[in-house]
Write a new protein. Structure first.
Length: 130
């Protein structure tokens, strides 16, 4: 997956918000880790399953910015997502990756990159970017 990051990044076409779909263990967090490395994030990236939101800073050439990684798996309602400030994350200039985004689909604006990761075998994944 890491080798494919430049090609996948090109499919973002200037967009900075991504929805990550895939079953448990498909590699959604691993995808974000490799994307962060591609952008120039230093340090460790981890799953935000319990923190809900992890924030990383990058510098890639002259570009500096923020990557926010959200995991909405534990949320039970759209109201809980609104309570954590999801609307702010959707509107700022940072890169935002949202795992388990189904609960917030009713409020999503247009322009998100949709990434679906399918498990083909123990060590093989198919990544579809739309």
């Amino acid at each position: 997956m890491q080798a494919a990051m430049p090609e996948i990044f090109a499919q973002f076409a200037g967009r900075r918000k991504a929805l990550l779909y895939g079953e448990m263990g498909a590699g959604k967090t691993t995808f974000v880790k490799f994307f962060c490395q591609f952008l120039g994030v230093e340090g460790n990236t981890a799953s935000p399953t319990f923190s809900l939101v992890n924030e990383y800073f990058f510098q890639n050439g002259n570009e500096k910015g923020t990557v926010r990684h959200l995991d909405l798996y534990r949320l039970k309602s759209l109201e809980e997502a609104l309570d954590i400030g999801i609307e702010d994350f959707l509107e700022d200039e940072s890169f935002v990756f949202i795992e388990w985004p189904q609960i917030i689909e009713p409020i999503l604006p247009d322009g998100f990159v949709k990434i679906e990761i399918k498990i083909l075998s123990k060590n093989k994944r198919q990544v579809n970017v739309d």
